[in-house]
Design a protein around this ligand. Sequence first.
Ligand code: C5P
Length: 236
Amino acid sequence: MPTSDIAPKDRLIVALDLGSVEAAEAMVARLGDSVTFYKIGYQLGYAGGLPLARELADNGKKVFLDLKLHDIGNTVARGVESIARLGVTFLTVHAYPQTMKAAAEARQGTALKLLAVTVLTSYDDGDLHAAGYRLGVSDLVEARARQAQALGIDGLVCSPEEAARLRKIVGHQMLLVTPGIRPAGAATGDQKRIMTPARAISAGADYLVVGRPVLEAADPEAAANGIVAEIAQALA
Ligand code: C5P
């Protein structure tokens, strides 16, 4: 099971995978109080989404900046310092030891929490081999999860299928954040390894990242409320 002291509503992170700040602002307004946590990734981040991240944080929302940083340590550290000043809650970095160490040191004394991406879920063993890696996906995920924990990273982004195994590896000291969530009956889109909100929570996920099932719903607020209800039921 997940870490316990988070309200069901605050465990839903809606991915603002939209092409403009105007579209994102309209969605946030439409979702109102039903959603407390938003993810901003490459698409919106590079389309003016960073001032929006600050604005959302200033307005009492939590923000997950999914920028997956990876560079030389000094550059990562300076980037993390700037991002911490935006007032966001979560930031992703790739799980390379130098990158994680630099990011963990740079965010000290701030409220920013760091999430490591172990191995991108679009990679299989063949992709890792082609990229020059010796380990397969399963072993590399485990090795990087352990390194992330040792370096003081707060959590991991993982598929819901990996959550139960990672929970055993890292215990309850780390947050597990899972995309690939589909409420029963929702279109799967390009996601292949999906779980319902309830099953992901039961597998040990702390936070669920959901994009299209909310953004593309006829009634996004009702869709968000439905997911939160399912989370609450799984935790009860
Ligand atoms: O629309 P959907 O619910 O599939 O969106 C999921 C979000 O989680 C997207 O922003 C996507 O980039 C992100 N994500 C993912 N799978 C990963 C990592 C991130 O779907 N392994």
